[in-house]
Design a binder for this molecule. Structure first.
Ligand code: 16G
Ligand code: ZN
Length: 442
């Protein structure tokens, strides 16, 4: 858990199963597969300093050899093909049994220093993963591959985004923003609702069709809008700002809203929750423990976990983590739901008519008036939207200048500037579209 001037972030941490103490034996760590998730996560971490120390590729083998099928294990293989050097075993043990993230981070820092492993400016290293055909192997490989995957909260902890630290295959930070959190929540809720919709009550009726609504602003990445559409979800748009989103979301039985910048939550109508509670308590015995019953309980649990008063990013973290666990997804898998289009935001100041006359640059953000939930139309000054459209290439007469281009301007509600948002199929195109539209209003 690290706090910074503007907020704090924390790294993902796989909890150790209470009461369990593992040690690196003759064939590495070996135990019932159900308790090994946190071990694989930590051995995955250990592999990096090991590879840096010996300056060579190393391997992790996930197997429990001849043990029964419900067991699994992991051993570290040095390049000689031999086992992990014995003097590293105590470190493997303490790392595996670390109880909390602070201890884990501290152990790694201390060990890396004692072993004089140069991490600053180090070359990237290669770690090979292999597993046998045990069905538990798949999720254990995922656990080993987990990087310091991180969550970031702003200063008053009402905004949440995740990010993935750079890896060998991608040298930039991958931002997993509010749009992706929204998508994750939406998939999960939709899945529970579709299980529930198969439910019939004791009289053979299915008497409640839950209305699920997604609320977004003009800012979600175009790829996220396409994704939600493709899921067949009902999506509506409001102007920027929590108060607008919240109000709209409250009109549904379940309303999910998020801004790309991480503000958001899930709202449940009292009426729907009461119906669900009644259904679960009055359920005929035959339905108890059924998939439908479980789905209903999951929705009720989500309504208790997430803070419906917006502004509690910590409850958002908990829900993200729980859903990822439920799906068996890594942050990478979640991030791959869709790929964001490159985008660019700029601030521009508007040169009013009077200012031209007096040759003074007057910032007047009120000169820009928008409609349609700020999505497209800059209503005034006259002609500005046409100019933006022409720049984007929306006219039927000219070839599309920017494939997948989208651009809008809106007056900021927090600063005396006009914001320009542009996205397109490449970063260069998004940059140049934003820049040329900013020039139109500057
Ligand atoms: C405020 C809003 C936030 C919005 C942002 C836009 C709340 C609690 N906060 O921070 O939702 O995204 O303003 O800023 O409503 P802008 O108008 O300067 O672009
Ligand atoms: Zn905040």
């Amino acid at each position: 858990f690290l706090s910074t001037e503007f907020g704090f972030w924390f790294v993902n941490f796989e909890m150790l199963t209470p009461g369990v103490k593992l040690s690196y034996g003759t064939a590495g760590f070996r135990a019932d597969a159900s308790i090994l998730q946190s071990t694989l996560y930590r051995v995955g971490i250990l592999a990096a300093p090991r590879a840096l120390k010996i300056q060579s590729v190393i391997g992790l083998m996930i197997t429990a050899s001849h043990n029964k099928v419900s067991d699994n294990g992991v051993k570290v293989a040095d390049p000689s093909g031999g086992m992990l050097s014995q003097d590293w075993e105590p470190f493997a043990d303490t790392l595996t049994n670390a109880r909390d993230p602070q201890q884990l981070v501290h152990l790694i820092a201390e060990f890396v220093e004692n072993e004089k492993i140069a991490v600053d400016g180090a070359k990237s290293v290669e770690i090979l993963l292999a597993r046998d055909t045990r069905s538990s192997g798949e999720s254990l490989v995922e656990a080993a591959k987990q990087l310091f995957r991180c969550a970031s909260l702003d200063g008053d902890a009402d905004r949440l985004v995740y990010f993935i630290v750079p890896s060998r295959s991608s040298n930039k930070i991958e931002l997993v923003d509010g749009d992706k959190i929204l998508s994750l929540f939406a998939i999960f809720i939709k899945e529970q609702l579709s299980i529930l919709s198969k439910e019939i009550d004791v009289n053979g009726n299915n008497d409640y069709q839950c209305r699920l609504g997604i609320v977004q602003t003009a800012y979600p990445n175009g790829a996220s809008m396409d994704y939600l559409k493709q899921l067949g979800l009902e999506v509506t748009f409001t102007p920027t700002g929590v108060k607008y989103l919240h109000e709209k979301a409250a009109k549904y039985d379940i309303g999910i809203y998020f801004e790309a910048n991480g503000h958001g939550t899930i709202l449940f109508s009292e009426h729907y929750l009461r119906w669900l509670e009644t259904r679960t308590t009055e359920l005929a015995d035959a339905f108890k423990g059924s998939e439908q019953h479980k789905a209903a309980l999951r929705i009720l649990a989500v309504s208790e976990l997430i803070n419906q008063a917006v502004g509690d990013a910590l409850s958002g973290v908990l829900l993200v983590e729980v859903i990822l666990k439920h799906m068996g997804w890594s942050i990478q898998r979640w991030n791959e739901l869709y790929q964001d289009l490159p985008s660019r935001q700029l601030k521009a100041s508007f040169l009013g008519h009077l200012s031209i006359l007096w040759s003074v640059k007057v910032m007047d953000r009120t000169a820009v008036v928008t409609e349609n939930a700020e999505t497209v139309a800059a209503v005034t000054p006259p002609g500005i939207q046409e100019a933006i459209d022409a720049e984007t290439g929306f006219s039927l007469l000219i070839a599309v200048k920017y494939p997948r281009g989208r651009c809008f301007i809106r007056p900021s509600g927090t600063e005396d500037v006009i914001r320009v948002y542009a996205e397109a199929s490449t970063q260069n195109a998004a940059d140049s579209l934003a820049k040329s539209v900013a020039k139109l209003v500057d």
